[in-house]
Design a protein around this ligand. Structure first.
Ligand code: CA
Length: 514
């Protein structure tokens, strides 16, 4: 076995071990350095003597300071590092980087469902919106009946999904922050994959009344449907017995299915893709293989005129200076700082900070702390200028590279990107997660070949080949781009779709419950 280590930048004084199974003590690296400790795969080895208090550099930045002398060849473990404090949010570089405009990428298309509001869906799904958790059992029952009895009559409709959640009642609905879960749910209902066919199941007595969830004008006008909001209210006097509720839901669903069944795919430019990227179950390879490949693909998408959202506040917080400098305008940079400051305050209310992010699995995978994790996470954003910022739950209205502020929690981030209007989701993982959504296809990218081999029927792309030296970042990025066009067109299904792996929607509710 040839010892293989990966150094990200020339000034780095650590490298990670790439070999599967790690390297034993006594291994001599090709440059002559002898390992004085066994170093697990993905973990860092000191390339030079690092004195106590000296900076440990990876990605060209200090990911920590040595708590004692670390001799060259040592395993640089998490417990040897003092984490740097977070960058202050003042005196940041504002829109200072003016990258050369990326050359347009033309001629790429996919087959999508064009909606009345101009958006494009990648799937044709009936979504049943719920105002409150109380109705979810009833909706689940109805969805099973709809799938069994109605869906076979509408062959052009892919699926029926109940938009269940834990919000809607028992909440301080007028408190600061309550608008976030409410607009999230509203905007998810308007996701391009649902064709504007909004129907709502309500209990009746809940705090989140249908008119508050979907005020007049919230749903774009549709000639066939008219302007009225379709609501099935379970407490309605007309309902006598459970089956009458199920009957009402099915009758309403059938009207929407009839209209959805008329949708047909048409050739649209790749610019109609709205891609949400995130990572979960990260390891030290995330920032070496999968996320750089996604970053290359992000650049391709931006060049093709598409929209790409990257998110996860705690995983970009330590690179805020990189983001504010890449903003297209001072307003975009200020919006980014505003979102970071809001999240700092949100975490501080729970006496936590960004360091609460890293998991035991992240650390086992070689990530010492959130600074190191963030540097690897940010590269998903590629190199394009950042042209817009979304607050949690807001709907995206523009093209280009967008920072959509969300928690890093996989389920909450995915839920908020759905609300923003994503029609395709890209998810990178090193430790491995079977994550999937019922509402949009999720393409999963493995950071290591070992994971891709073991989870061969869960991972859609293996970026581990980059660490193995058999593919370049550009090659994997292009492979991902082509796969995105195939998946968006319905020509290919993701593994999560194949197995119907559907994580729950999890609304971000920073407001109190009652
Ligand atoms: Ca995540």
């Amino acid at each position: 076995m040839i010892p293989l280590t990966i150094r990200m930048q020339s000034q780095d004084n650590v490298a990670i071990v790439a070999n599967h199974g790690g390297l034993p003590a006594g291994t001599v690296l090709p440059d002559g350095l002898c390992l004085c400790d066994a170093v697990p795969q993905g973990h860092k080895v000191a390339l030079v003597d690092i004195p106590a208090n000296g900076a440990v550099l990876r990605y060209g930045i200090a990911i920590g300071y040595a708590l004692k002398d670390i001799p060259a060849g040592s395993w640089v473990q998490e417990r040897l590092l003092q984490m740097p404090s977070a960058r202050e949010l003042n005196n940041l570089p504002i829109a200072t980087v003016k990258p050369e405009p990326l050359p347009p990428l033309e001629g790429y298309t996919f087959e999508g469902y064009r909606n009345a509001d101009g958006s494009v869906g990648t799937r044709n799904i009936l979504a049943i919106t719920t105002t409150v958790q109380c109705v979810s059992g009833v909706v689940e029952f109805a969805v099973e009946r709809i799938k069994a009895e109605l869906l076979p009559k509408f062959p052009h409709v892919d699926d029926v999904v109940g938009l269940e959640h834990t919000y809607g009642c028992g909440v301080a609905i007028d408190a600061d922050g309550a608008e976030i879960p409410i607009r999230t749910l509203r905007n998810i209902s308007l996701n391009p994959n649902f064709g504007g066919e909004v129907m709502v199941v309500s209990l009746g007595c809940e705090k989140l009344q249908p008119e508050r969830l979907m005020p007049p004008g919230a749903i774009p006008i549709n000639d066939q449907r008219g302007e009225a909001l379709d609501v099935v209210c379970l407490q309605d006097d007309s309902h006598v017995g459970f089956m009458s509720m199920i009957g009402s839901i099915m009758k309403t669903a059938e009207q929407h299915l009839q209209r959805l069944n008329q949708r047909r795919r048409e050739t649209v430019p790749a610019s109609e893709l709205v891609v949400g990227v995130q990572c979960g179950g990260s390891d030290a390879f995330s920032g070496v293989t999968a996320n750089p490949a996604v970053g290359y693909c992000t650049d391709l998408l931006v060049r093709a005129g598409a929209s790409v959202m990257f998110s996860e506040v705690t995983e970009v917080r330590d690179g805020i200076d990189q983001l504010t400098s890449r903003a297209t305008t001072p307003e975009v940079a200020e919006a980014m700082i505003r979102e970071m400051a809001w999240y700092d305050a949100y975490l501080a209310r729970g006496r936590a900070d960004r360091s609460a992010n890293t998991t035991p699995g992240n650390k086992k995978g070689g990530l010492s702390n959130i600074v190191e994790k963030a540097m690897g996470s940010i590269v998903k954003s590629g190199s394009a200028p950042i042209s817009g910022v979304l607050s949690p739950g807001e709907k995206l209205q523009q093209k280009g590279l967008i920072y959509a502020a969300t928690p890093a929690s996989d389920f909450i981030c995915g839920t908020l990107q759905l609300a923003a209007g994503m029609n395709l989701h890209v998810f990178t993982t090193g430790r491995g997660t079977p994550y999937g959504l019922a509402e949009v296809p999720v393409i999963k990218v493995a950071t290591r070949t070992d994971l891709a081999r073991r989870w061969h029927d869960l991972m859609d792309v293996n970026a581990g080949t980059i660490a193995d030296g058999t593919q370049t970042i550009e090659e994997v990025g292009m492979e991902l781009f082509q796969l995105m066009l195939d998946v968006a067109s319905g020509r290919k299904k993701t593994w999560a779709e194949h197995w119907k792996l559907h994580n729950a929607l999890v609304l971000f509710n920073p407001a109190p419950v009652t």
